[in-house]
Structures are given as C-alpha cells and as structure tokens.
Ligand binder design. Structure first.
Ligand SMILES: C[S@@+](CC[C@H](N)C(=O)[O-])C[C@H]1O[C@@H](n2cnc3c(N)ncnc32)[C@H](O)[C@@H]1O
Length: 282
C-alpha cells in the first residue's frame, strides 16, 4: 500500500504554512486537504509544528519537538542517558554514530546533545517528515547550543539495509552503529506509550514502510550495522526482550528501567558472525 492511499496532508492552521504544506504533499506524493478518505493526517498546527494524527482516534497529534517538553528535559539529563554510555568509549572523544533506525530521533538527539555526530537513516517518509520538521526548528532556535546540536545531526530518508556503494564511498565510516527497530507488539503488555500509539498503528497498517519488520529485517539490519561499525554495534531492546539476533551474543549490556542496550564490540566475534551469515565460514 502506498502512503498516498492512507496518509493525507491537511490544510495548515496558519496561512503562512500554506506553501510548505503544498511542498510536503508533493514530496510525499499525498493528496492535499482530502482528509475524509484517509486514515492518517499530517498537518502544521497553530505553532507551525508538523503533527501526525490517526483520524480514527482522538489522541493528540504526534509531533517531534527538541526544544520544549519531554525532549528538552531529556536533553538536560543527557549526561545520565544510557544510550550515551552505550555508544561512548572511555577516554575517547564522542563517536560518529550512524543511527540506522532513526524513528523520531530521540536517541539521536540525546547523543548529539552529548557531543556525538549523528547520521540518521529513516525509511518511512512520513516519520522522516516529522523528524525533519523538528530538526529545522532546532537549527533555527536563537540559542547557540541548540544550533550546535542541530549541526551535529544529519537525516537521510533511506532504508539502511539498501545503502548503495556510492553512498558508502562518500561517507565517513561510523565508529558506532545504533539499532532500535520497531517490531509489532506481541502482547497487550507490550503496548507502547501514548505518544507512540499513532506511530504504532501507522506501522501496523503497513503504510509507513515499504515492508513490515520481520526477523529477516533484524538479521539484515544487524549485518549492515556490523559491516559499517568500526568500534561497536549497539542495539536497544525492551528490558526483557530477546537479543535482536540469536548470534553473536552481546559483549555486554547496559540495563535501564524499561530498556536495555546490547553492546557488540567490533572485531573477531562480529566478523565471524558476518562471514557465517554470508556463507563464507561453514
Ligand atoms: C522504534 S523506532 C526508533 C526510535 C528511535 N530510536 C527514537 O529514539 O526515536 C524504529 C524506526 O526504525 C525505522 N526502521 C526500521 N527498519 C529500518 C531500515 N531498514 N532502515 C531505516 N529505518 C528503519 C522504522 O521506520 C521506525 O521509524
């Protein structure tokens, strides 16, 4: 199903957002203003923030904002964030991280706030539009430190598993690859937080991705991360979740209240897992 059939771009709350609304609809190949027939609606609100609503649900539109609210708070707490501990190596400068499953960019923002340069990849154009909107506002903020954080963040709308040779040649190889793929919840207990429900239902309807996540995707993502990362691969998992792939085992894990970061040091263990997967080591 193409995004165009279920996601529409709605009229903005402010006249001044008319032009970028039309550009967004053209970029996403979505109909403009025809919200009756769609399941999800992207629209600029009265503050000029892009929001995604589930038309069948009265939950507040999902927006990404790195300047105020929860993310602003999280940024202030960055020193204690587990993801920063997981990607950094003691005694070394903040790494270059490729976040291969950027989503709403929260982890990337926290890492950039802690001095890491972060290249983000997001395969859903709808999710990437929300993230791009927040990045533009962050870069335009009057505070110099907000602008600096924005300058360390770069977004590509792409499937991480299909990065072409040209792209790889052009880019500096990352020290760390971070993975946090979203898999459909298997039980009611695994239901996501309120602000992520719109996203979850978007993915469940299969409109945000060209493919639904599968175990095969997990293996491909892990192999991609292992092939690029010079220092380590870090995988974010639910605290009681299985490892993303059965082998190799993580070198170590960092545990928070609801999440865990599995860390895989680059080197012989990762190379062996990769060559096995590629069929060179039977
Ligand atoms: C759980 S969210 C990531 C949340 C993110 N860590 C954050 O802090 O906001 C997972 C995201 O990964 C994206 N994704 C999954 N597989 C991908 C792939 N192969 N390439 C690029 N993005 C992918 C999904 O579209 C989804 O937006």
């Amino acid at each position: 199903m193409s995004p165009a059939s279920t996601v529409a771009v709605g009229r903005p709350a402010r006249l001044e957002d008319d032009e970028r609304t039309a550009l967004l609809a053209a970029r996403l190949n979505c109909s403009l203003g025809q919200q009756e027939a769609c399941a999800f609606l992207l629209a600029y609100d009265a503050k000029g923030h892009l929001g995604l609503s589930d038309v069948s649900n009265s939950v507040q539109p999902l927006t990404v904002d790195f300047l105020e609210g929860k993310m602003g708070y999280r940024a202030a707490q960055q020193a204690g964030e587990l993801v920063v501990k997981a990607v950094r190596s003691s005694g070394k400068p903040p790494p270059l991280v490729w976040d291969l499953t950027a989503g709403l960019g929260r982890d990337s923002f926290v890492m950039a706030g802690a001095g890491c340069r972060v290249v983000m990849f997001e395969r859903s154009p709808v999710v990437a539009a929300l993230l791009q909107d927040a990045l533009v506002r962050l870069a335009a903020a009057p505070e110099a430190d907000a602008q600096q954080v924005a300058s360390r963040m770069q977004l590509h709308v792409a499937d991480s598993c299909s990065l072409g040779d040209a792209f790889q040649l052009e880019c500096e190889r990352p020290d760390v690859c971070l993975l946090d793929p979203m898999f459909p919840p298997k039980t009611k207990k695994a239901l996501v937080k309120k602000d992520m429900q719109v996203l979850q239902s978007l993915f469940q309807q299969g409109v945000a991705n060209s493919a639904t996540n599968t175990d095969d995707d997990a293996a491909k993502l892990f192999a991609t991360a292992a092939a690029f990362a010079r220092s380590k691969v870090v995988v974010k998992r639910p605290i009681k979740g299985d490892t993303l792939v059965p082998v190799p085992k993580p070198t170590h894990s960092l545990r928070g209240r609801s999440n865990r970061f599995d860390v895989y040091a680059a080197g012989p263990v990762l190379s062996k897992a990769l060559s096995k997967r590629n069929g060179h080591d039977k």
